[in-house]
Design a protein around this ligand. Sequence first.
Ligand SMILES: *Cc1c(COP(=O)(O)O)cnc(C)c1O
Length: 458
Amino acid sequence: MTSISVAGKTVDTWEKEIPQLEDLLSLKEIFWINEAKIPFEEASSLVPYTKDDVNDAEERLNRFAAYLRIDFPETEVANGIIESPLSSIPFMKEYLETVYHSSIPGTFLLKRDDTLPIAGTIKARGAIYEVLKHAENLALEHGLITSYADDYAVFASESFKSFFSNYKIAVGTTGNLGISVGTVGAKLGFDVTVHMSVEAKQWKKDLLRFRGVTVIEHESDFTNAVEKGRQQSNLDPMSYYVDDEHSIELFLGYTVAANRLQKQLTQENIIVDETHPLFVYLPCGIGGSPGGITFGLKQIYGDNVHCFFAEPTHVPSMTVGLMTQKYNEVSVKDFGLDGLTVADGLAVPRTSKLVASIMKHFFSGSYTIDDFETNRLLSALIDKEKIFLEPAALAGVPGALRLFQTEEGKSYLEKHHLMDKMEQATHIAWATGGSMVPKEDMDQFYESGLLSPLTEKI
Ligand SMILES: *Cc1c(COP(=O)(O)O)cnc(C)c1O
């Protein structure tokens, strides 16, 4: 095994060069600090995107609110804006402090993207944005609308649906991206095809077929399903491919979350500045959602926000990509990991080059979480707060504890002179999905959590 060559070096050599890689490859839970992170101003000068791009995406979603409230009446209460609450979870906080024998100083909050309307996962942010932008482009090109100032309620009309039925949209997915793209795409009238990887749950396929989407099942992992979908779509000039590996539109859709979060924090009188740091813990699959949200938050809070991403011990694709600085050139499978996890939304063996290269100077670091811990946290959150998350969505929950309890975490706090500011800090665990999971599946997750052994921490 160890003599296998990955990106020109044996695994042995890689492990000698990067000491934490050995722990990572033996499936230990690790906390990793990204040494490539640099001050915000400097990092910004290295990427071609700015706050203007975030605001442009936000304005597009605002224009489409008039459409969304008609075709998706569940968005009516928020005037057509797809957003989720920011909640305090005091009983869960107490549970975490007890089980991990540690306290979490400062404010501890959960961002409830599990309750996002239309699709019930964080994908609703990026994917719906990309589909809407594509629809807007087609409508402008063909004169169905003439300017951004038009009333976008017309997108709900029969004539628009009949126009879009001439066009196709395709996507490759572990499931959740397909649900977001498929639901909105089909509602607008597009002919949508979703390529599913092996991880995709049966209920996700059934739901999409019920919503009028064509589902193609592949007996292969995510990377492969994406590739197959892309090849097929590229053969057809009428087909638009939502590309999880390369799409800047998806990324920009996710960034808008930051502007919305800023409003919520202000409403709650939560300050973020040099003496009040903000820590955000984001579950990471291919990297688009944690990357986009981090990028957006950095535009607002600069060096006062610290973003960590969380990955399953069996699929640490972004961590491996950044540690080795080979990004998308290495898959966790090249290093002998099986890529299997209960957190199906994070089962992505190879990270996105686009996201990794934009984000490498912004992310603070990452940590891994094993499936037992994920399961236990899932049941605990149900017991303590009656909040039902899907497994992937739990990954951010232990982040604050890891920061305080690991040597790497503590050294990060010291290096950035944060130790004496922790009483005024805010920690946000980003809950990325859950409300769509059928009851039987959720019952099973809950049972697994009760049966999961309490592994020795740190
Ligand atoms: C996709 C997904 C993520 C991670 O998003 P990426 O863009 O793949 O990094 C996290 N949680 C859930 C529930 C997801 O579906």
